[in-house]
Design a protein around this ligand. Structure first.
Ligand SMILES: Cc1ncc(COP(=O)(O)O)c(C=O)c1O
Length: 470
C-alpha cells in the first residue's frame, strides 16, 4: 500500500487530472453490507481498481479548481502513524496533545498573537468560522446565552463582512441562532476589498436602528479572486466601534510565510480570532483547519461543559486540563496535528513560503497568457494565486461552462467556475505545489482549442444559439 501511494504521487503526472467514474464502477458502491470478512489484499485491490483512479485529483498539478491543496508525502505517512496510534485528542494527558499545543504555540508566534491565545484543529475554515462567531456571540451577549439561548436576549446583534466573503460565514450566523440576515454584506471596491467607509455607514445606521453591531469579519484571500481586505484599516474600525474582529484567512493567511505577501496581511495580528486551513496553501493532507482566538479564556468559556465522566485530575491520565474539548463542539478528535507537524518540520516554513510565492508567480504567468491572447479576456485583477478569465465569444457563459466541463473531462486540467459581475468565469486557483509553467500552458492551450472548436461547430449545433467569436 505504501509503495502504491508513493508511486501514485511520484507518477501523478502520467494520470488524467480527473476522470468520471463509469456507471458500472459506481454501481459497485451500492453493494450489500459486508457481513463476511474479506482478505485485506482483496480490499486493497478494489481500492486500486475502483477508488484511486476516480479520485478528485487535487494531488495532480493540473488541478486548479476551487481552492484545494496538493498534500504531501510526509503528511501522508504521518496520517498512517496517527491512525496506528489511534489517539483521541478530545482531552486527557498524552503526547498527541503536546503536538497540537506545539502547533498552537507556533501559530501564535507566526500571527503575532499573545501567549494567552488559544488554538484548535478543526475540519476546515467553515468550522473555524463557526467557532469564532460563537465565541464572539457569547462574549457580546454574556455566557448565560449558552443556557438561555439567543431568544432570551433583548439585544439584536449585527455583524459585517464583505459581499465577497465566503458562504461559510453566513452559515455560521445561521447555525449560531443569530440568523444569516444578521450578517450585513458590505460593498467592495474594484479590487474586491471591503469598502471601509461603507462599513462605517452601515454600522452607524444599524446603531441608529437599535441594533447592536458586535463583529466584523475581514477576508484574507477571497474565494473568487484572492483579494485581501485592508486588515489594518479594519482593525482600526473594529477598535473604534468596539467590534470583535474576525479574519477568514482560509487559504490566504498562510501567505504570511511568503515575504512578498506578508506585508499585505498587516493587521492580521490585531484580530480577535483567525480561521485558516493547513490543507490549502499549507499542503497538509485533508483535513486540517485551524482557529486561533486571542482571548483563550473567552474561547474556553464558550465551549467548556463540565461532566462527571470528564472529571479533570492533577495527576494520572485525566490530567493536563484544559482539554481541546473545552474549546469546540467536538469531544472525539483525531490527530490532525501530526500530519501538520510532520509537514512543517520536514519541509520547513521557508520552503512552504516559497511554494506559496510560486503559485502566485504561476498565476501571473497565466494572467500574461490571457492578456496576450485576443481570444481570451481577463475578468478580475490577479492579486494572489487565482485567475478568472474566459474565452471571448457570443453566448460566453454557456460556452465557457462547457469549456470547463470539457477541460475537466479531458483530464488535462481541472479549473472551476465562478461569476464575476454576473459573467461566468473560468477560475484557476493555483494552490498545488506540484503545478508548474507547463501545466498553465496546457490549460491555456486546451481552453483556446476547445473555444475555437465550440464556436466553429456552433453554427451546426442545434443545441446552441448563434455562437461566433468576437
Ligand atoms: C475564503 C474562504 N473561507 C472559507 C472557506 C471554507 O473552508 P473549508 O472548505 O476548509 O471549510 C474557503 C474555502 O475555499 C475559503 O476560500
Amino acid at each position: 500500500m505504501l509503495d502504491d501511494m508513493l508511486d501514485y504521487l511520484e507518477h501523478i503526472r502520467d494520470r488524467p487530472v480527473w476522470q468520471p467514474m463509469p456507471g458500472e464502477v459506481r454501481a459497485k458502491f451500492r453493494g450489500e453490507l459486508p457481513v463476511a470478512p474479506s482478505e485485506l489484499s482483496a480490499v486493497h485491490a478494489e481500492f486500486m481498481r475502483d477508488i484511486l483512479p476516480y479520485s478528485i485529483g487535487n494531488t495532480h498539478p493540473g488541478f486548479m479548481g476551487w481552492v484545494h491543496g496538493g498534500g504531501n508525502a510526509a503528511g501522508m505517512l504521518a496520517e498512517m502513524l496517527a491512525a496506528g496510534l489511534n489517539a483521541n485528542l478530545g482531552g486527557r494527558d498524552h503526547s498527541a496533545l503536546e503536538v497540537e499545543r506545539q502547533i498552537v504555540q507556533w501559530m501564535r508566534e507566526l500571527f503575532g498573537f499573545p501567549e494567552t491565545a488559544s488554538g484548535l484543529f478543526v475540519t476546515g475554515t467553515s468550522m473555524a468560522n463557526l467557532i469564532a462567531v460563537l465565541v464572539a456571540r457569547d462574549a457580546a451577549l454574556g455566557f448565560d446565552v449558552r443556557r438561555a439561548g439567543v431568544g432570551a436576549s433583548k439585544k439584536r446583534l449585527t455583524a459585517y463582512t464583505s459581499i465577497m466573503a465566503h458562504g461559510s460565514l453566513r452559515k455560521a450566523f445561521d447555525c449560531s441562532g443569530l440568523g444569516g440576515d444578521a450578517l450585513r454584506l458590505v460593498p467592495v471596491d474594484h479590487r474586491h476589498q471591503m469598502n471601509l467607509a461603507a462599513l462605517k455607514r452601515m454600522i452607524e445606521s444599524d446603531r441608529r436602528g437599535g441594533e447592536t453591531p458586535f463583529l466584523v469579519a475581514g477576508t484574507a484571500g477571497t474565494v473568487d479572486i484572492g483579494a485581501i481586505d485592508d486588515l489594518d484599516g479594519l482593525a482600526a474600525v473594529a477598535q473604534e466601534e468596539r467590534l470583535w474582529m474576525h479574519v477568514d484567512g482560509a487559504y490566504g493567511a498562510l501567505g504570511i510565510l511568503a515575504p512578498e505577501i506578508a506585508p499585505r496581511l498587516a493587521g492580521i495580528q490585531a484580530a480577535d480570532s483567525l480561521a485558516f486551513d493547513f490543507h490549502k496553501w499549507g499542503q497538509v493532507p485533508y483535513d486540517a483547519g485551524f482557529v486561533l482566538v486571542r482571548d483563550g479564556d473567552l474561547h474556553r468559556k464558550a465551549f467548556t461543559a463540565p461532566a462527571a465522566y470528564l472529571e479533570r485530575e492533577t495527576r494520572g491520565l485525566a490530567g493536563g486540563s484544559a482539554w481541546p474539548c473545552d474549546f469546540g463542539p467536538d469531544q472525539s478528535r483525531g490527530f490532525r496535528a501530526l500530519k501538520t507537524w510532520f509537514t512543517l518540520k520536514v519541509h520547513g516554513l521557508h520552503a512552504l513560503g516559497e511554494s506559496i510565492a510560486r503559485t502566485c508567480e504561476l498565476a501571473r504567468h497565466l494572467e500574461q497568457r490571457v492578456t496576450d491572447s485576443a481570444e481570451l479576456e481577463l475578468l478580475a485583477p490577479v492579486q494572489l494565486n487565482i485567475v478568472c478569465f474566459r474565452y471571448r465569444c457570443a453566448d460566453a457563459d454557456r460556452i465557457n461552462a462547457r469549456i470547463v466541463a470539457d477541460l475537466q473531462e479531458s483530464g488535462v486540467a481541472a479549473p472551476s467556475t465562478t461569476r464575476i459581475n454576473g459573467d461566468l468565469a473560468i477560475r484557476a486557483a493555483i494552490t498545488n505545489h506540484r503545478t508548474n509553467f507547463s501545466d498553465i500552458d496546457a490549460l491555456v492551450d486546451a481552453t483556446l482549442q476547445l473555444g475555437r472548436a465550440m464556436t466553429q461547430v456552433a453554427v451546426e449545433d442545434p443545441d446552441l444559439e448563434v455562437v461566433q467569436r468576437d
